[in-house]
Design a protein around this ligand. Structure first.
Ligand code: CA
Length: 228
């Protein structure tokens, strides 16, 4: 089945060039020139998009606001969103990721890069249904809740296991502290993020030789990089 990519972009020439290239790559496309239309198309259950490419600066409803709305709606909250942004500052990127965007691309971009990022995000979404993570040293069984580092079983608490699972399933991607608190602690956590840092430290210690699979992204959060 060919997948729909929803392009929410008010600049017609950019939207058209994206459409042309995506269709050449075998995707089907939907174009919305405003956030309001984007929301309508995203909610259309006859043609649910597999991914949304969302411009940040839109007339009317902004990209940030649309992304928030998409994350609130049950039918759209799992659709991956890649933000297109002309703003390149770190705070804008973090803000985009914290409201639930999966990735962001800074304008001006090359079409080749956009296509590669779309494929990477779609692959990651597919891998979310897998039962197991494995690399040269580490193995995490999501259903049996068992973790092995070089054949030795690692005993983790439920929270540590949930943390490792979230990081593993988002391999290669920065998980901000707020992402981790929201997804692992299961509620909006406005308190002290030291709780999280303490859990990460303990998790790394328990993982021993495999502890380096979790990288610190200074000032932002953590990233699972695996063991190579
Ligand atoms: Ca724009």
């Amino acid at each position: 089945m060919r997948q729909y990519i929803l392009i929410v972009e008010d600049e017609a020439d950019i939207a058209e060039s994206l459409r042309y290239n995506f269709e050449r790559e075998g995707f089907r496309t939907l174009i919305a020139e405003s956030g309001e239309k984007g929301l309508r198309l995203a909610l259309d259950e006859n043609r649910p998009p597999s991914l949304i490419l969302l411009d940040l600066m839109l007339p009317g409803m902004s990209g940030i606001e649309l992304c928030r709305r998409l994350r609130r709606e049950p039918t759209t909250k799992k659709i991956p969103v890649i933000m297109l942004t002309a703003k390149a500052s770190e705070t804008d990127k973090i803000r985009g990721l914290e409201i639930g965007a999966d990735d962001y691309i800074t304008k001006p971009f090359s079409i080749k890069e956009v296509v590669a990022r779309i494929r990477a995000v779609l692959r990651r979404v597919d891998s979310e249904t897998v039962q197991k993570y494995e690399d040269d040293k580490l193995s995490v069984d999501f259903t049996d809740m068992r973790v092995y580092c070089e054949e030795d079983e690692i005993k983790l608490t439920r929270k540590e296991f949930a943390l490792l699972t979230y990081l593993t399933k988002n391999s290669g991607r920065v998980a901000t502290r707020q992402n981790l608190l929201d997804n692992v602690w299961g509620y909006s956590y406005f308190g002290d993020t030291r709780t999280l840092d303490v859990h990460i430290r303990r998790l790394r210690q328990k993982l021993g030789e495999c502890g380096n699979c979790i990288e610190t992204v200074v000032g932002v959060g953590y990233r699972f990089v695996g063991n190579r």
